[in-house]
Write a protein that binds this ligand. Structure first.
Ligand code: EPZ
Length: 418
């Protein structure tokens, strides 16, 4: 298994480029199932999760071809309707094929994703919405079987904000008969990106970016030719790296307006963060950071996917910071690993109290989930001595060679075999 060996203590200087967003690419790939013919998604990052979903789409009978950085997905007449356990268990986002399959073919059989490191992560709201649209949902042997001759438009009020739940239901409603309203919809930029792509396919969806979506179902959609938005979480991770290590960093391709809540927190913590003339974001870190509290919430609030990385910054803060995780019930797996590096963090329930320390010391630590592994890399950049982060397959799910980008701006990271 791969690990990353990090020599800490170097400031970051230069320009790092942001890849397209994993959490936009995955629903966009699933959306190709909605249209007969070949869709083309450009600038698709080379990520483990993209490879997993490509495998699943292939299993369903779509023809996938990589063409440079583009992905061609021909869903003219896929015969498969089942997303098997061995694929879904490795990536929860596989459930995104549910809406498209039921909407276009009237049937889908998807393995229940099961929990993961950060929480139970059920899909009850996805299923409740499909039922409200007339689908028959049956749970058996760990699979969910969903059937509908033709989905009917409905008024859906989501109990809580769910990103892939909103995405699944929007894709289902796009081909339903009649109009669907979704209240309490997710407002994430990745949801907006999906809606814009669906509208380019002939869908008729209004309200993107708001909690109130109106989808007028159409009889058919056409394939897309689309480019995903940049990855705001990768960009945020790089901005936190600059705040933590000091130095000056340009994050090329970042859309700073997708990161308002994080940028505000980084400024409160003493970093300078500005728009880089439309080309991306610019940050100057002045460690040690001021300790500030953070509380995750659905977009446009502070992103849960930035919580672990921000905690790494607060670990070296000048005072006391309270970090509250309101989205997932177990997203503090990085706390014990950060404490092994000399951090002083007490996690209790949804709250972690972070007492800033003067120094972190390099140690052997273990990644447990995608964003926790990013936090450990960041901590290693600022720690004294050598840090080895094991199980970096977690990192590779969502970052396209993060160490290459960081080494390009002065970090000292080596990928090793363990
Ligand atoms: C998406 O996951 C992202 N993944 C996650 O990013 C992100 O952390 C999350 O949204 C929150 O922003 C993708 O977009 C592929 P949710 P998703 O449904 O859609 C509960 C990363 O690091 N819930 O918005 O699975 C759920 O348990 C990943 O890139 C239900 O109870 O998250 C959670 O507590 C990690 N029932 C909360 O809602 C449901 O039917 C938010 O989950 C659905 C969700």
């Amino acid at each position: 298994m791969d690990a990353l060996r990090i020599e800490g203590g170097y400031p970051l200087r230069g320009t790092a480029h942001v890849s397209p967003a994993k959490n936009a690419v995955l629903p966009l790939m699933a959306a190709a199932l909605l249209a007969p013919g070949e869709s083309r998604l450009s600038r698709v990052p080379n990520l483990a999760d993209v490879r997993t979903l490509s495998k699943l789409l292939g299993h369903l009978g779509a023809r996938i071809a990589r063409e440079g950085s583009s992905l061609r997905i021909d869903a003219a007449d896929p015969a498969g309707r089942e997303a098997p356990y061995d694929l879904v268990k490795t990536m929860r986002a596989s459930v995104l094929v549910l809406g498209p399959l039921v909407a276009r073919f009237g049937q889908a059989r998807v393995s229940l994703p099961g929990g993961c490191a950060i929480g139970a992560r059920p899909i009850n709201l996805h299923l409740k919405g499909l039922e409200a649209m007339g689908a028959e949902v049956r749970l058996e042997h760990g699979y969910v079987d969903v059937r509908a001759d033709r989905l009917q438009g409905a008024r859906l009020v989501l109990d809580l904000v769910t990103v892939t739940g909103t995405e699944n239901l929007v894709m289902a409603a796009a081909l339903a008969k009649g109009t669907t309203v979704i209240e309490n919809a997710a407002r994430e930029p990745e949801v907006v990106d999906l809606i814009e792509c669906l509208n380019s396919m002939g869908a008729r969806i209004q309200g993107a970016g708001t909690a109130f979506l109106e989808i007028q179902g159409v009889d058919a959609l056409r394939p897309y030719d689309y480019e995903p938005i940049p990855d705001r979480i990768e960009a945020g991770t790089l901005l936190v790296a600059a705040a933590l290590c000091g130095g000056e960093l340009k994050v090329e391709g970042a859309r700073i307006n997708h990161l308002d809540a994080l940028v505000q927190k980084l400024r409160e913590a003493g970093a300078e963060v500005e728009d880089d003339g439309g080309r991306g974001a610019w940050a100057r870190g002045r460690p040690p950071a001021r300790s500030v509290d953070a509380r995750t919430s659905p977009y446009p609030g502070f992103p849960t996917d930035m919580q672990a990385q921000f905690m790494a910054l607060m670990a070296l803060g000048r005072g006391l910071s309270v970090v509250t995780e309101t989205i997932f019930e177990n997203r503090f797996m990085h706390v014990s690993e950060l404490n092994r590096m000399g951090a002083d963090i007490q996690a209790e329930g949804a709250r972690a109290v972070v007492r800033g320390v003067r120094r972190l010391s390099g140690a052997r630590v273990m990644a447990t989930d995608l964003r926790a592994s990013a936090a450990l890399v960041l901590a290693g950049l600022a720690a004294e001595g050598t840090t080895v982060v094991s199980r970096v397959y977690h990192l590779d799910r969502g970052y396209e060679s993060l160490e290459t980008k960081l080494n390009g701006v002065g970090a000292k990271i080596e990928r090793i075999k363990e």
